[in-house]
Design a protein around this ligand. Structure first.
Ligand SMILES: [Zn+2]
Ligand SMILES: [Zn+2]
Length: 349
């Protein structure tokens, strides 16, 4: 089968012909119908997070070659002998945030934090391929109305933003600021926030096209940080209180230096982006305002199941851009590197 593989960090992915294994035990072989192209793939490909290397951040490099691609939807091709309740040809979304099932974090249901992670397209071969071998059938969810493209991007941008919103707290009287609101994660955060009934959603991004996407995704306000004074706009909208929650999808130096000041008392700042910046805030300010800073990394299996159901039931439509077949994956990654993308690109292997 064809797969887009990372052979050497820093280089483009190579389209290679690789063997696929027959599923054994609880494994399932899935035919990939759609694979989302995520900004974190740019980091994995380059082996860099801003100026930082994996070693300096305290995590290991993947063993190569590796098939990237962690946002996967497709149909069941073949099941292992111990798989119950699934049959070939069923449409599925794949939860890529898999653990080995044995460590403390797996035991408390936070498999995405596993000590020995088995994340598809990150630690083990992923979905930029015609087929992907899923280690355990429990990580599959049958889909009903969702398209393969929509289901694929929900497995990462949906899960991540849904969990980030839960970390702040779902409440109808809260005002949230979404930083980087016009991208794949941003538009998803807005759509999910809307159906969950978050009081007011403010998006901030850096060009008119992204602001257009922000408003289309349901934001109550869209602020262009290049042409408007974000601090003044946010304080006007919130009557000088600031926002209850900020989801920073970039977490770049520019955003971390400015946006924490826009939190209200008891506010929560969620860092999602991995651009390699430092958080600088006077602890007295943090204490006196009783504000919280949290990093979140994707979500657990419960978050995955909930967000897929939410999207099915509430007809959440991710902002998806089809870019072509597997051969187009390097072009899609380059678009992300050049910050030329609004919405989420997908390839169909
Ligand atoms: Zn992703
Ligand atoms: Zn584990």
């Amino acid at each position: 089968m064809k797969a887009a593989r990372l052979i050497k960090q820093g280089n483009d992915l190579t389209i290679a012909d690789v063997e696929f294994s027959q599923p054994k035990g609880k494994q399932v072989l899935v035919k990939v119908r759609s694979a989302g192209v995520c900004h974190s793939d740019v980091h994995y490909k380059n082996g860099k997070w801003g100026e930082y290397t994996p070693e300096s951040l305290g995590f290991s490099r993947p063993s190569l070659p590796l098939t990237l691609g962690h946002e996967i939807a497709g149909t069941i091709e073949e099941i292992g002998d111990d798989v119950m309740g699934l049959t070939p040809n069923q449409p599925v979304a794949v939860n890529p945030w898999e653990g080995e099932g044995q460590c403390y974090y797996c035991s408390i249901g936070e498999e995405q934090m596993c000590d020995n992670p088995q994340r598809l397209g990150i630690n083990i071969d992923g979905g930029y391929a015609e087929y992907v071998l899923v280690p355990d059938s429990r990580y599959l969810k049958l889909i009903k109305h969702l398209s393969y493209d929509d289901a694929a991007v929900l497995t990462c941008s949906g899960v991540t933003t849904y969990r980030a919103i839960k970390e702040i707290g779902i409440a109808p009287d809260k005002k949230f600021l979404i930083v980087g609101s016009g991208g794949g994660l941003g538009t998803m955060a807005l759509k999910i926030g809307k159906v969950l009934g978050i009081g007011e959603l403010i998006g901030v991004d850096i060009n008119d096209k992204a602001i257009e996407a922000t408003k289309e995704a349901g934001a109550d306000f869209g602020i262009n940080a290049m042409s408007e004074n974000v601090e003044k706009e946010v304080m006007d909208i919130t009557d000088g209180h600031g926002v209850d929650g900020i989801i920073d999808l970039s977490s770049s130096q520019k955003t971390l230096d400015v946006y924490p000041k826009l939190l209200s008392k008891l506010g929560t700042y969620i860092m999602v982006g991995q651009f390699g910046a430092q958080l600088n805030m006077n602890a007295v300010t943090a204490v006196r305002k009783a504000i919280r800073f949290k990093g979140t990394y994707t979500g657990n299996h419960k978050d995955f199941v909930e967000v897929i159901d939410l999207a099915e039931n509430k007809h959440i439509k991710p902002n998806v851009k089809y870019v072509g077949n597997l051969e187009k994956v390097n072009e899609a990654l380059k678009n992300l590197e050049d910050l030329k993308v609004s919405g989420r690109q997908v390839v169909r292997p």
